[in-house]
Design a protein around this ligand. Structure first.
Ligand SMILES: [Zn+2]
Length: 117
């Protein structure tokens, strides 16, 4: 009666291979999106803002049109308006690019504080 023992050894070997394979696949680099990663994007096609989970690439694809029209938005409290943010390399090259394209005042990327209207 050696067959049951042989089958048992095979089962142990198989489960060991399976466990190793699963462990190898479990480290997938899936994007973990949290609420803290949500940023405001500026759609250059419609000139509207849209809050989305932060994307690695810019311009980012619009979730509805699929076109890469989204750039980072920044808010100017002087104009009370959102503007498209220049690419990062432009910002690093020219400090004046940080200013509002309309009024020339420095702008932040932070959304305005919510005020009851
Ligand atoms: Zn402005």
């Amino acid at each position: 009666m050696t067959t049951p023992r042989f089958t048992f050894v095979l089962a142990v070997l198989a489960s060991g291979v399976l466990a190793t394979g699963l462990a190898g696949c479990s480290r997938e680099s899936g994007e973990v999106v949290t609420a803290a990663d949500t940023v405001v994007y500026f759609d250059t096609a419609t000139r509207q803002t849209i809050p989305l989970p932060q994307r690695a690439e810019l311009p980012a694809a619009h979730p509805e049109t699929g076109r890469r029209t989204l750039v980072r938005a920044r808010y100017c409290s002087q104009c009370d308006q959102w503007h498209a943010s220049p690419p990062l390399d432009v910002l690093q090259r020219d400090p004046r690019a940080r200013n509002c394209p309309q009024c020339g005042k420095p702008v932040s990327s932070d959304p305005p504080a919510e005020e009851p209207s």
